[in-house]
Design a protein around this ligand. Structure first.
Ligand code: C2E
Ligand code: CA
Ligand code: CA
Length: 672
């Protein structure tokens, strides 16, 4: 194998150049000495030229495996080694150097790279030649193209020498390029190459014998060599694939854990390092809105960014999805680990260009320190995962694992697992909170608010599980359940003569689902209730985070007749342009302003302004969080028509609401 894939321009390119130059120079010197003292040209021209032709052709036509340049192999090794056995070092080196230079010239590879290749081969062949000389006492082991039993020891030793020198030279260049320690890499490299090189070198004497006695058979011999060689290569590549992520080419979870294990083992008890787990924010949105091919390309481009932000000896891996792991070797303490995490986060600061789209990527990082937070690979990764989870939950960028929060987070993680089954097990239920018309005191609408009857923790409020559901993609089935249950309940009330409007809360993730309008359409048709009886609530901050996306889903819903409300209005930053543009019907004034409007002049001004704004835009207003009669009266006096809050009723199961909605005033207005 030749060191092809390693010629990259990195900050350590300098060291690589220095090393490659040294190998080239050493090779050149040895070559010079060989030419000076070398063997005379052979007396068996046919065999020589057949092997020389094979060697040069082998260089020119590398065997491509998986059509990848960095995995091409040259069969020239076999022929060059056959030349060495039959004709001595100098002819072998000369022919191989010629072939290599021609091939590198044709392939327009850099001068230094060519020089390194020639140097590497020269040194490997020369060392094999030296072993032959030392053991057999002559420079040519098979001068007559035959091998005697007595020569076998020299033959095997020479093969070993070539294999060893060749792979050491390559391993060092890879180690220098990747900034890793040579010995473990060399061990892997030798184990990996043993089979592949074994085939190429082991067949060299056979090729020599055939070239000597029946050169016409050489092409026939090449076929099985290539076949066996490709087979071993393919199996090696499979092995590689099993340890790498196909999309980014980065190490996968298995290899990452392996590297952590190796670090712990080789660096001994005093080792300090950090495992960082990085997760992209809202990556699912990219996949859902722009398509998986854009998502994939984005992930592919993130790999190099992360690698560029780490030290050469660190390990960057992709664990799956949008989750990356980094083993930071030089993390003495939390400060150093946080600095490394910050570099990762900042490496994503510049937008990433995918298919002419400028994508802004953000990420958060969980940190686990070795050995403080764990001393085996699995627990380190698990704890970094918990820290990452806390980071997401607290909307923090970088969080280090802490044992105190562990229990809590673990609970949350289990909750996430249980939420998957909660729907099927009928554990999610809806409560309804009345929306009251202040003038008539009638209940004109209800807001459906989900709860989870958890078998162990009791009834959980939405704040305990909706955020988890939003981050995990479980929000889709949760919302589907809420929509179906709320619409069914609406139909039941309607059947009993109470046509209430039902409000359902939706998340941004729901709006990214282009199937949402179709789902709602189907549910409304099945329940046979008019679409304007359903109102979807989306918080102002969510809406304004991506109004364009909201528009794509709002449009068809609006055309269908479904009503759309901005929830928690006043807490986000609305663009007036979008408020006009979006097909909205209602603004729900956030309870923080409503509750304080009685005592705080500024909040009263905000409530009044929202009422004015809504009037001008032709929107309905619901004041939320009305907790007492005074607030209700004040709202009525400043022209607010609808209100919701504990003063009128807390969210309760549908049966408990019946008393309120079936009240005489409701029925009388019904019949009116
Ligand atoms: P929200 O949409 O703003 O819902 C109103 C919340 O305010 C409800 O809390 C309700 O119980 C509470 N509330 C109502 N009146 C008063 C009052 O007078 N004073 C005070 N202090 N609070 C009042 P809940 O049911 O705990 O819901 C919390 C949030 O969870 C909701 O805020 C909503 O954003 C979210 N949520 C609830 N159900 C769903 C759902 O099915 N899907 C989604 N995506 N989110 C939901
Ligand atoms: Ca709401
Ligand atoms: Ca609200």
């Amino acid at each position: 194998m030749r060191g092809r894939q390693i010629w990259v321009e990195t900050p350590i390119a300098h060291r690589v150049h220095w090393y490659a130059g040294s190998v080239a120079l050493a090779g050149l010197l040895v070559f010079g000495v060989l030419l000076w003292t070398g063997d005379a040209p052979s007396e068996r021209p046919t065999a020589f030229w057949v092997l020389a032709a094979g060697c040069i052709l082998g260089e020119l036509r590398p065997v491509r495996i998986f059509a990848r340049e960095d995995l091409s192999e040259t069969l020239s090794t076999t022929f060059a080694f056959a030349l060495l056995l039959g004709f001595g070092v100098t002819p072998a080196v000369a022919v191989l150097a010629a072939g290599s230079l021609v091939a590198d010239g044709v392939g327009r590879r850099g001068v230094l790279k060519s020089a390194f290749n020639v140097g590497q081969y020269t040194l490997a062949l020369a060392s094999a030649g030296f072993v032959i000389l030392a053991i057999s006492g002559s420079t040519v082991l098979m001068p007559t193209g035959r091998v005697d039993g007595g020569d076998l020891v020299a033959l095997m030793a020479a093969t070993g020498a070539f294999f060893l020198v060749n792979n050491v030279l390559i391993s060092v260049v890879i180690a220098v390029a990747q900034g890793v320690t040579v010995i473990p890499l060399l061990r892997r490299q030798l184990a990996m190459q043993l089979l592949a090189d074994g085939v190429l070198l082991g067949l060299a004497p056979v090729v020599l014998v055939v070239a000597e006695h029946s050169p016409a058979l050489i092409p026939l011999l090449v076929v099985p060599i290539v076949a066996v060689h490709i087979t071993t290569r393919v199996s090696l590549e499979r092995q590689r694939e099993a340890l790498h992520d196909a999309l980014t080419g980065l190490p996968n979870r298995t290899l990452f854990l392996d590297r952590v294990r190796e670090t712990i083992r080789t660096r001994g008890p005093g080792v300090r390092a950090a495992v960082l787990l990085l997760d992209l924010d809202r990556f699912k949105d990219v996949n859902d809105t722009l398509g998986h091919h854009v998502g994939d390309e984005l992930l592919r481009l993130i790999g190099p960014r992360l690698c560029g932000a780490t030290d050469d000896e660190d390990v960057v891996a992709r664990l799956g999805g949008d989750e990356f792991a980094v083993l930071v070797m030089d993390a003495r303490d939390e400060v150093a680990a946080r600095a490394a995490a910050m570099r990762l986060v900042e490496s994503l600061a510049d937008p990433i260009v995918v298919e002419d789209l400028l994508l802004h990527v953000e990420a958060c990082v969980g940190i686990a320190l070795l050995p403080d937070d764990g001393d085996d690979p699995n627990s380190l990764l698990q704890r970094a995962d918990i820290a990452l989870y806390v980071a997401k939950e607290e909307r923090a960028k970088i969080v280090r694992y802490s044992a105190e929060r562990d229990g809590h987070s673990r609970e949350r993680l289990t909750l996430l697992g249980e939420l998957r089954h909660a729907i099927d097990m009928d554990q999610l239920i809806l409560h309804y909170q009345p929306v009251i018309e202040l003038e008539s005191r009638r209940c004109v609408a209800v807001e459906a608010l989900v709860r989870w009857n958890h078998p162990v923790h009791g009834q959980l409020p939405p704040i305990e599980f909706i955020p988890i559901a939003e981050r995990s993609g479980l929000i889709a089935p949760v919302t589907e359940f809420v929509l179906a249950a709320a619409i069914a309940q609406g139909a039941a009330w309607r059947a009993s003569g109470v046509p209430l409007r039902i409000a359902v809360n939706v998340s941004m993730t729901n709006l990214l689902d282009l199937d949402l309008p179709r789902l709602i359409g189907r549910l409304l048709t099945d329940a046979a209730i008019p679409p304007d009886c359903l109102e979807l609530e989306i918080t102002e901050s969510t809406l304004m985070s991506d109004p364009e996306q909201a528009m794509t889903v709002f449009e068809p819903l609006h055309e269908m007749g479904v009503k759309l409300a901005v929830d928690d209005f006043g807490t986000g930053y609305s663009s007036l342009a979008y408020l006009r543009q979006l097909p909205l019907s209602t603004l729900k004034i956030d309870k923080s302003f409503v509750g304080a409007a009685m005592v705080n002049e500024n909040d009263l001004i905000i409530v009044r302004s929202i009422l004015d704004l809504a009037r001008n835009l032709g929107l309905e207003v619901i004041a939320e969080g009305v907790e007492d009669a005074a607030t209700a009266a004040m709202l009525k006096s400043i022209g607010c028509r609808l209100a919701q809050g504990y003063h009128f009723g807390r969210p309760v199961p549908a049966e408990q609401l019946d008393a309120l909605i079936q009240a005489p005033s409701v029925r009388s207005s019904e019949s009116a």
